[in-house]
Write a protein that binds this ligand. Sequence first.
Ligand code: COA
Length: 211
Amino acid sequence: MTDIVIVGAGGCAREVYEMVFDTFPQEEYRVKGFLSDQPGDLDPFPELKEKAPIVGTIQGYEPAAGDRFLLGLGNPEDRRAVARKMKERGAKFLSLVHPKAQVFPTAKLGQGIILYPFSLVSSYVELGDFCMLNAYAGVGHDGKVGDYTVLAPYATVLGFAQTGECCFLSTHSMLAPKKKLGKEGIVAANSSALRDAPEAAFVCGVPGKNM
Ligand SMILES: CC(C)(COP(=O)(O)OP(=O)(O)OC[C@H]1O[C@@H](n2cnc3c(N)ncnc32)[C@H](O)[C@@H]1OP(=O)(O)O)[C@@H](O)C(=O)NCCC(=O)NCCS
């Protein structure tokens, strides 16, 4: 039996918890619990807390041999910092590809990825390590998404477009075909990045301006 430990205990982590049961066979995987540095995170959810308690802190948890981790953190910088620290402690990560996510056979996926239901990873797409695509987020053919990058619900990276590592595409945003969003770039909600944007850009509006 593999023990799944979900890193984080906020809203994103609770979504990951529920998706685990659709994704992993219960004869082989069970959820050990959550990691959080805020011990009260699950207090509003007593039934959940009983089934899957907080078993340690993100800062201090020492992985056991049978533990496999899923990152339940929605912020790319948190994903990067925590994945790096936990890997130093020997943590081994799983990817969660929800059965209702659509992944084309030619797509390449890194490690530690979370794909929500109805996300789309199209032909010859490359997703870096620890990316997360929320519901209805999509990457068009030949798109590349850098490590730790998060696509919020309905965000779209179009054909041949590329994001650097640790980017955040807010809900209903888009990166236009063949355009590049530099490392740590953000595209705000409902905004369209129609041009290349540099490292740490903050692109807002339609057409998107780097503010
Ligand atoms: C990108 C985002 C997170 C930035 O939030 P923030 O750091 O708090 O930034 P602010 O809201 O203070 O905005 C900074 C400036 O950008 C402007 N701005 C922010 N979002 C904008 C948008 N979508 N379109 C146009 N302008 C926008 C603000 O008006 C503000 O301008 P001002 O300084 O002249 O007032 C936020 O704009 C956003 O898109 N939120 C949605 C997040 C999301 O998709 N979450 C899904 C989780 S699953």
